[in-house]
Design a protein around this ligand. Sequence first.
Ligand code: ADP
Ligand code: MG
Length: 238
Amino acid sequence: MAHLELQNVAKHYGAVVVIPGISFEINSGEFLVLVGPSGSGKSTLLKMIAGLEETTSGRILVDGDDITHLDPSARDLAMVFQSYALYPHMTVRENMSFALRMRGEAPAVVEERVSAAVAMLDLSGLENRKPGQLSGGQRQRVAMGRCVVRNPKLFLFDEPLSNLDAKLRAQTRIEIRRLHERLKATSIFVTHDQVEAMTMADRIALLKDGKLQQIGSPQDLYLRPKNAFVATFIGTPE
Ligand code: ADP
Ligand code: MG
């Protein structure tokens, strides 16, 4: 069974139709890259899956359960944004444990989850620093750590690398893929960068004006583009 299924999911803002209706499935363990030009509706689609935007019509299913109108906090998923939004007055450890402590998890559980995430994200030795004493890449890893400690099955990444320089971006791509494998997660990774899409994806979904142009393996889109837009978008170097 598909882990995540979108059935004709649409978004209107008043009379403005941003997404007329989109359908696709993602299998458990799959890394899907959602790509498309600025304004094509990528963030809107992720926010509907996360419950941060109301879905106008259609259905969103996770493991067969309809989550379309579920409260965001009741959804078993984590969203990683490009702005890190760490608490500046808290240490790395405090930032990572905050959500678990608020949820009333036992201190021993919090400790174990945070320590595992610190090791997994290569943050050892930085636990007592505050965000202001970290590099951009380290801050991004702390932001991911905050999601990892909650053990979600579904990860939604909204252009998390766009604030990083080219070298760090390449390195973080590899780290995100590794994290995805280790957590046996299902991921949707949004970018407008075709190189990122081609190198990271199991499958790519290409959006234009809120409409799905093609979904398939990077090779599929490259070798068998369904229309001129796909060919140009995938074929044009950065
Ligand atoms: P992307 O992430 O692909 O750049 P977005 O999902 O942010 O695209 O936006 C898709 C379209 O929806 C854009 O044309 C944007 O102007 C429009 N949009 C986003 N939020 C609102 C809103 N609150 N009201 C009206 N239009 C919006
Ligand atoms: Mg966006």
